[in-house]
Design a protein around this ligand. Structure first.
Ligand code: HEM
Ligand SMILES: CC(C)=CCC/C(C)=C/CC/C(C)=C/COP(=O)(O)OP(=O)(O)O
Length: 315
């Protein structure tokens, strides 16, 4: 790796990639895949596999899970490649392998595309055409539709782009059944509606970073107050939709109880975000403590909600 070391000038800063020769290590290549995000993405995919009716060979199920990991990671690396200019401006992302100059951008792009393409081929060989096609579409959606097109052009970027992250439960399901159904579409909808409160909570406390980088995230464009209301509205819609497996008879009391508690918690967090004391300009007086809590809770919410689906399925 690291043959074509063209240095780059991004904004006013020159990045020297000679560090890429000696500086990159296995960890950098791992970090390029956004592994912590993968962990939850893959978990939602596993839930799709477990809940789907019918039988899948356990080895093929493991390959399907691996393919979701690789697709999410490959798309993440392409995202990091494209975003290396803004990641170099934002404090939260400045130490990533590309803005830090430890990995050469061309290598990162080849790596991201390579891992993504491999994931689709392997998924097709191990499962079916429909699953490989949805996997390919979700990679395209995250790396091209969200990252290259929407992220820098509209404050609705993550509302539309969030669809990419909502596909894994559907992918898990179709890898078993080879066909679509209402239940995996509900799982898609839950993840889709969860994404705005998940991301906008972070965007509230990372607002200055996004503003400096010129990214039109909702709080940058419409202000914190508008974003806080949007978080609450999406959280309420999410609560209604996340209870739909109960009304439709897919789940029983374990899921119902867990979903009610988690939704009550998430709405409570969203109300705290809304009520957090702020300056007339909408900036938090408390360093957006409530938004930080709400972001962390969003991760616990999705994990426990999907875990409850599995437990409910087996009891
Ligand atoms: C387009 C939709 C999404 C956007 C824009 C988004 C945005 C973000 C951002 C900016 C972070 C902070 C990352 C960092 O500091 O490095 C984050 C963290 C995270 N996201 Fe999302 N997210 C999205 C969808 C998802 C989905 C669908 C999942 C899983 C199902 C997910 C799981 C996570 C996890 C687990 C973290 C924590 C990572 C850590 O601890 O470093 N996200 N997300
Ligand atoms: C199967 C498959 C392809 C799944 C894709 C999963 C997916 C859409 C994950 C999105 C997760 C994520 C961290 C977005 C970050 O947004 P960002 O890039 O704006 O955040 P950043 O500022 O931290 O780079």
């Amino acid at each position: 790796m690291g043959q074509s070391l063209a240095d780059e000038t991004i904004g006013s800063k020159r990045i020297r990639y000679d560090a890429a020769v000696v500086g990159s290590n296995v960890k950098d290549w791992f970090v390029l895949l956004k592994p912590r995000v993968i962990s939850l993405v893959v978990f939602t995919g596993i839930v799709g596999i477990v809940l789907a009716p019918g039988h899948i060979n356990p080895i093929l199920a493991l390959i399907s899970i691996l393919c979701i990991c690789m697709a999410s990671g490959g798309a993440g690396a392409i995202n990091m490649w494209y975003d290396r200019d803004i990641d170099q401006i934002m404090q939260r992302t400045i130490t990533r392998p590309l803005p830090a100059g430890r990995v050469n951008p061309n290598d990162a792009l080849i790596y991201g595309i390579g891992v993504s393409v491999l994931s689709v081929i392997l998924m097709f060989l191990a499962t079916n055409f429909l699953t490989a096609a949805i996997l390919a579409f979700s990679i395209f959606f995250y790396s091209v539709v969200y990252t290259i097109w929407l992220k820098r052009s509209t404050p609705q970027n993550i509302v539309i782009g969030g669809a990419a992250g909502a596909f894994p439960p559907l992918i898990g399901w179709t890898s078993v059944t080879g066909s679509m159904d209402l239940f995996p579409i509900i799982l898609f909808s839950i993840t889709f509606l969860w994404t705005p409160p998940h991301f906008w909570s972070l965007a509230l406390y990372a607002c200055k970073d996004y503003g400096r980088a010129g990214i039109p995230m909702l709080p940058v464009v419409k202000g914190a107050r508008h974003t806080r209301w949007q978080i609450l509205i999406y959280t309420i819609i999410l609560a209604i939709v996340s209870l739909s497996p109960v009304y439709l008879g897919y789940t029983s009391y374990i899921y119902m109880g867990t979903a009610i508690l988690l939704n009550a918690g998430f709405i409570y967090m969203a109300i705290k975000v809304l009520l957090e004391k702020q300056t007339p300009e909408g900036l938090s007086l408390n360093n957006d403590k409530a938004a930080r809590h709400s972001f962390r809770f969003s991760l616990i919410y999705l994990f426990l909600l999907f875990l409850a689906l599995i437990i409910d399925h087996f009891v």
